[in-house]
Design a protein around this ligand. Structure first.
Ligand code: ADP
Length: 220
C-alpha cells in the first residue's frame, strides 16, 4: 500500500518499533508449540512467517510467488518475506489483535537469513532470542512426517523437501544467531518431549519476559 501527502492512508503508520522475541529452531523442533503456549498468557503475540505464507490465497500474486519456493523447501526471497510479514503485522495492529505498546511480538521463523535480520531491524527491537536446538535429525524427520499426516502440509510429506529445509536451516538460518549479542540468546534442548522443553523455557525466561512488559498505557 502506498501513502502520499495528497492521499494519506486512513491507517496511520506505526511510529515505534515492536519489541520482539525471536524463536529459532530447525523444522520440527517445536517452534509452533512453544510459540502458541507462550502467547496464551497475553503478553506476546505469536506470529509465524510460515503460517502467514500458508494463509495467502494460492490465486493471489503473493500466494503464487511464495508457493513456488515453499513447495521446494527453499526460502522465499528476503524482500518479499519482509513485505508480506509487515503488511500482515500492520493488519494485526489495525484490527486490535496486537497492541505493540503492551505486548511483545513473538517472531516464529523470521528472520531466517542474515539479510532478513538486517531488514527487520527497522521494525523490531530484539529483546531476546529463544533457540530450540535439536541434534537428532532422525527424530526431526519422524516428527515432521507425523505432522504431515495431522496437518496435511505438502512440504512435510516429501523426503527431499524435508531434507532441503533442514539443510537451509543449517547453512543459512543458524548463522543468523551470531547477529545477536550472546546475552540475548537462550538455547534449549529440544530433543526432549514438548512439555519438558516448555518447562525449561518458562523456568529460564518467565521472569525476564514478564519484567520487560511495559505497564498498560492509560486508555484514552
Ligand atoms: P518449518 O520451520 O517447519 O520448516 P515454517 O512454517 O516456518 O516451517 O516455514 C515453511 C516454509 O515457509 C519454509 O520452508 C519457507 O519456504 C517459507 N518461509 C517461512 N518463513 C520464511 C522466512 N522467514 N524466509 C523465507 N521463507 C520462509
Amino acid at each position: 500500500m502506498s501513502t502520499s501527502d495528497n492521499n494519506p492512508s486512513i491507517i496511520p503508520p506505526i511510529a515505534e518499533k515492536f519489541r520482539g522475541v525471536m524463536l529459532f529452531g530447525p523444522p520440527g523442533a517445536g517452534k509452533g508449540t512453544v510459540g502458541r503456549v507462550l502467547s496464551i498468557a497475553g503478553s506476546m503475540v505469536h506470529v509465524s512467517s510460515g503460517d502467514i505464507f500458508r494463509s495467502l490465497s494460492p490465486a493471489s500474486p503473493a500466494g503464487r510467488l511464495t508457493q513456488q519456493y515453499i513447495q521446494k523447501g527453499e526460502l522465499v526471497p528476503d524482500e518479499v518475506t519482509i513485505e508480506v510479514w509487515h503488511y500482515y503485522v500492520n493488519g494485526l495492529v489495525a484490527t486490535n489483535r496486537f497492541f505493540p505498546d503492551k505486548q511483545f511480538i513473538l517472531m516464529d521463523g523470521l528472520p531466517r537469513t542474515v539479510e532478513q535480520a538486517r531488514l527487520i531491524e527497522r521494525y523490531v527491537d530484539v529483546q531476546h532470542a529463544i533457540v530450540l536446538d535439536m541434534e537428532d535429525t532422525g527424530e526431526l524427520i519422524t516428527r515432521l512426517k507425523r505432522r504431515a499426516l495431522i496437518e496435511g502440509r505438502a512440504d512435510d510429506a516429501k523426503d527431499e523437501v524435508l531434507q532441503k529445509r533442514l539443510d537451509v536451516y543449517q547453512t543459512q538460518t543458524a548463522q543468523v544467531l551470531s547477529h545477536y549479542p550472546a546475552e540475548l540468546v537462550s538455547t534449549f534442548n529440544a530433543d526432549q518431549p514438548p512439555l519438558h522443553v516448555l518447562r525449561d523455557v518458562l523456568a529460564k525466561l518467565a521472569d525476564t519476559l514478564t519484567s520487560q512488559t511495559r505497564p498498560l498505557a492509560p486508555q484514552s
